[in-house]
Write a protein that binds this ligand. Structure first.
Ligand code: NAD
Length: 286
């Protein structure tokens, strides 16, 4: 990696960031293209978020990713945010545009790219059952609705949170049928029966945890399953889906996809997706 007085600095802010695979992934892309950028981790405690963002602005940092716990709280620190970020209430990528810091959300783009590449799934006209109603769910819903999905069922632990999200999206995407479900039988069983795609957007699956009630036997034989969790690579949900012979994928492709989209926003260049995905796999195997 060549560093000079002209090197543009990119990075990621979060707390913690030590475990993040983004520096390895983005620097691999920078090396591959031989461009004068460098991507570094910046640990930022929640109490110092405003000061840190001003610091990055004044230091001329070219752009940065935003991860837990700053994805929503960063919004008031920025000059402008994109319509997708507004809809999701979350920013994962910041770009310097003239004197302004502009927030974007590339999680939805990454999710769609992974559905197409890893599951060969075209959402157009299909019916999707989403588990969870947090930040990742909002990004997925915005992306699916923009891609012409016919029906989205949101099954969430807290009904009020699901309802709130549903009402917001109904007004923005009137052509999509939005349905609220609970995570309990028999309501969920009925929704599984009608799903072309099941997506886990919750953190359930990390550390080998599983849903109390999720009868995959109710899914049609042609249904596909996507788990946004990528550690472990095979969550109990994916293990069960595989056992049933269903096509499925974990969230690694989404992580690569959001990184590819961020890279393009910062550099204007097409990122080497295969190189980035390989670097992620290497990082997970360590
Ligand atoms: P969040 O905290 O905003 O939302 C979490 C959601 O999970 C909420 O709806 C909550 O009700 C639900 N939930 C949590 N525990 C549950 C349980 N035991 N049973 C049922 N529901 C439960 O978090 P987020 O930012 O939306 O992230 C969620 C997951 O998605 C995390 O595992 C995160 O790592 C993953 N994610 C992956 C990518 C990727 O690139 N692959 C991108 C974003 C998020």
């Amino acid at each position: 990696m060549k560093l000079s007085g002209k090197t543009r600095v990119l990075g990621i802010i979060g707390s913690p960031v030590g475990h993040s695979l983004s520096p390895a992934m983005q620097n691999a892309a920078i090396d591959e293209l031989g461009i004068e950028y460098v991507y570094v981790p910046f640990p930022v405690e929640p109490d110092y978020l405003g000061q840190a963002v001003e610091g990055l602005r004044r230091l001329g940092v070219w752009g940065f990713n935003v991860t837990i716990p700053h994805k929503s709280t960063i919004i008031p620190c920025l000059d402008k945010i994109s319509p997708e970020a507004e809809l999701c209430g979350a920013v994962n990528t910041v770009c310097r545009e003239g004197e302004s810091l502009v927030g974007y959300n590339t999680d939805g783009i990454g999710f769609l790219a992974s559905l197409r590449e890893d599951l060969h799934y075209d959402p157009s006209g299909s019916s999707v059952l989403l588990l969870g109603a947090g930040g990742a769910a909002r990004g997925a819903i915005a992306a699916l609705a923009s891609a012409g999905v016919a029906r989205i069922v949101i099954a969430n632990r807290t009904r009020e949170r699901g309802q709130e999200l549903l009402e917001k999206f109904r007004t923005v995407f009137p052509a999509v049928e939005f349905i609220l479900s609970s995570l309990a039988a028999p309501e969920l069983a009925g929704q599984l029966h009608n799903a072309d795609l099941l997506v886990n957007t919750t953190s359930v699956g990390m550390n080998g945890t599983s849903f109390e009630y999720l009868p995959l036997s109710e899914l049609p034989d042609t249904a596909k399953v996507y788990d946004m969790v990528y550690v472990p690579a095979e969550t109990p949900l994916l293990g069960e889906a595989k056992g049933r012979g269903l096509t499925c994928a974990n969230g690694l492709g989404m992580l690569a996809g959001q990184g590819v989209a961020s890279f393009k926003l910062w550099t204007g260049l097409e990122a080497p997706r295969a190189v980035m995905k390989r670097k992620l796999l290497e990082g997970l195997e360590r």
